[in-house]
Design a protein around this ligand. Sequence first.
Ligand code: TXA
Ligand code: MG
Length: 318
Amino acid sequence: MNIDSDIAAAAEILKKGGIVAMPTETVYGLAADACSETAVRKIFEAKGRPFIDPLIVHVSDMEMARSIAVFDEVSEALAKKFWPGPLTIILRKKPSVPDITTAGMDTVAVRMPSHPIAARLISKCGFALAAPSANPFGYISPTCAGHVKDQLGGKVDMILDGGECSRGVESTIVMPPAVSTEGGALILRHGPICAEELSAAVGIDFTPPKKANPAHPAAPGMMKSHYAPKSRLFLFRGLSEIPEGFRGRVVHFVRPKNVTPRDYWLTENSDVNEAARRLFALLRSLDKTSEDIYCQICPDCGAGRAVNDRLQRASFKA
Ligand code: TXA
Ligand code: MG
């Protein structure tokens, strides 16, 4: 099989209401026709995802985006600057999007992925694809086809293999002032595009929501415990914080001077983007050992903030 015929086969499955795992530049997504209630229901069932958690809808061009959502000036500017790419924008939805996709909300999360296989697949379908990360609900997102196969292999109609994801953490989610009930521009989930880049692009500040409501978070991906491995994960800044006698694995931000068999690292040269790219695959492989893990907190800049956010959520809560 080659990739052209794989994309054609995947599009046929999606047109018939099936579900397909597809690579994106962030993580692998589990895709279905966003406007088909029966197709979208299959995503929730395969993932074991609660129906209160809305999905991101992926588009391949602005015409498709406008057919499902209403753009104001700020969201137009964001789309122009960051699409295709790892930014999800919360917009007012149009009636074509069924309630199941948005969990009954009057807004819809929209993203135009830059991964060529995702872009070609959506455009071949000719309709928007709802796609959450292709993992069982609550577990770490998949960054290669093998991760999807391990956990959802028997539950999806097809897995499109596009190699390793170049970004490795889920998209940044923003809510423009026209949609936010707080009035300001909100950053609902940290991701590859940081608040500073967003602000520089459109000239307004992006801040996390003030009114955190744990029972019904603005973006349910902001739940306190999420992305969790089965091993117990603890965080540290300096090595002195690791208890003496600790026998598990240690994940450093950058390669330590003296490497022992228990040592792992996220980047060779203090590159937060490399750390983001490698994070989930490393956590998955360490999870197989079922030993405790101590992981170092990254510099809090750029994609490093997304890494720290995922580490906080994945960490052990007593
Ligand atoms: O990078 C990504 O965004 C990946 C790839 C596949 O595109 N997708 C992804 O989807 O991470 P998922 O379902 O794992 O995370 C989507 C997040 C959830 O936290 C969901 O609650 C939030 O987006 N969300 C979706 N629609 C929303 C809406 N209308 N308002 C607020 N949050 C929304
Ligand atoms: Mg997810």
